[in-house]
Design a protein. Structure first.
Length: 334
């Protein structure tokens, strides 16, 4: 089978690899689509994602496909099933797993990070992380279930109410997903701040965003929002998120920034305004919710997927040679 192998920092090779063998509790998947995201940029550059990727490794943690074979202990899927795969695998035995916080697992492993993933014609995964797809969810859209599930986890950490006024900072793929998901959870007004006029306009026209801010020329009003979701990961936007919080607000720090980055905030304001500042890491037990959001039509990813790549184009994309990308997926099968 053909696979795109990360052989070193910013080094890929398309190689012919043998078909992976499956353990008794595993599933072999013929990959249909694999999404490429910010985590892949980090892994490609030698930085950790949810965990460190040690070359040689096949990346690809946002995957959909068709079940090719199953181990003898597998009962939840069968050959021919259309599936999506949650990449994150928890040990089930550490303190975090045993106290209902598996995302913080001390022994986290992940398809496409610590074990070979979907940037190959076939890959394996434990049956416990393989989910059958509804008939009305396409394999292409299903490659976005993993990022949707990460956003759902972030939203689950918040206390959302219909009366709230929410702001998403960041008009990348994740920020645009948050717009739809927060609306799906019943918040009556969700605004968006970003730097691309076309993306801001699209979210007004397609997804009901009321107010947009292009922060290259406009300021986000301070002390104006009950919920602020920071989906960029830069000190500037993190400071904007805290500044936009009104009394009693919740700030979700979702964007992944450089490990060495810091931002300043006024600690008295946190006290006086009784702010909640919440981090969010990966997607524990949110895959079913993510699938349901797609199945119901409450989240529509098709307008956000701008590029369909081949394996040979992934390196150019990660090197920034392909412009104007909202979301890129790699097509590997039918």
């Amino acid at each position: 089978m053909k696979a795109l192998v990360l052989t070193g920092v910013k080094q890929f090779e398309i190689q012919d690899l043998p078909t992976p063998e499956i353990a008794p509790d595993e599933v072999l998947v013929n990959t249909a689509y694999a999404g490429v995201c910010g985590t892949d940029h980090d892994l490609y550059a030698g930085r950790p994602g949810s965990a460190a990727a040690v070359p040689p490794i096949v990346l690809g943690h946002e995957n959909s496909g068709i079940v090719a074979a199953v181990g003898p202990d597998v009962t939840n899927v069968k050959p021919g099933d259309r599936v999506a795969v949650d990449p994150n695998i928890y040990c089930g035995q550490c303190d975090y797993c045993l106290t209902q916080r598996p995302e913080l697992c001390d022994h986290l492993s992940a398809v496409g990070v610590t074990r070979d993933g979907g940037l190959a014609e076939q890959f394996t995964a434990p049956a416990s992380v393989v989910y059958r797809l509804p008939d009305n969810v396409s394999l292409k859209d299903a490659a976005a279930i993993e990022p949707i599930s990460c956003a759902v986890h972030g939203v689950d950490l918040l206390k959302l109410r219909p009366y709230q006024k929410a702001l998403v900072i960041g008009d990348g793929f994740m920020g645009q997903l948050f717009v739809q998901i927060v609306q799906a959870y019943g918040v009556h007004q969700v605004d968006l701040a970003g730097i691309f006029d076309d993306k801001l306009k699209r979210n007004q026209e397609l997804f009901g965003v009321k107010t947009v801010y292009n922060t290259t020329r406009e300021s986000i009003p301070e002390e104006s929002y009950d919920v602020i979701i920071e989906a960029v990961g830069l000190p500037t936007t993190q400071a904007q998120a805290v500044a936009a919080a009104r009394k009693g607000a919740q700030v979700l720090m979702f964007g992944v920034g450089p490990q060495e980055a810091h931002f300043e905030m006024n600690t008295y304001d946190i006290y006086k305004k009784q702010l909640t500042i919440q981090g969010s890491f990966i997607n524990p037990l949110t895959f079913k919710d993510a699938i349901s959001l797609l199945e119901s039509g409450k989240v529509d990813v098709a307008p956000l997927i701008s590029h369909e790549l081949g394996l040979g184009e992934v390196q150019d994309f990660l090197d920034g040679k392909i412009k104007g990308v909202s979301k890129a997926v790699v097509k590997l099968g039918d």
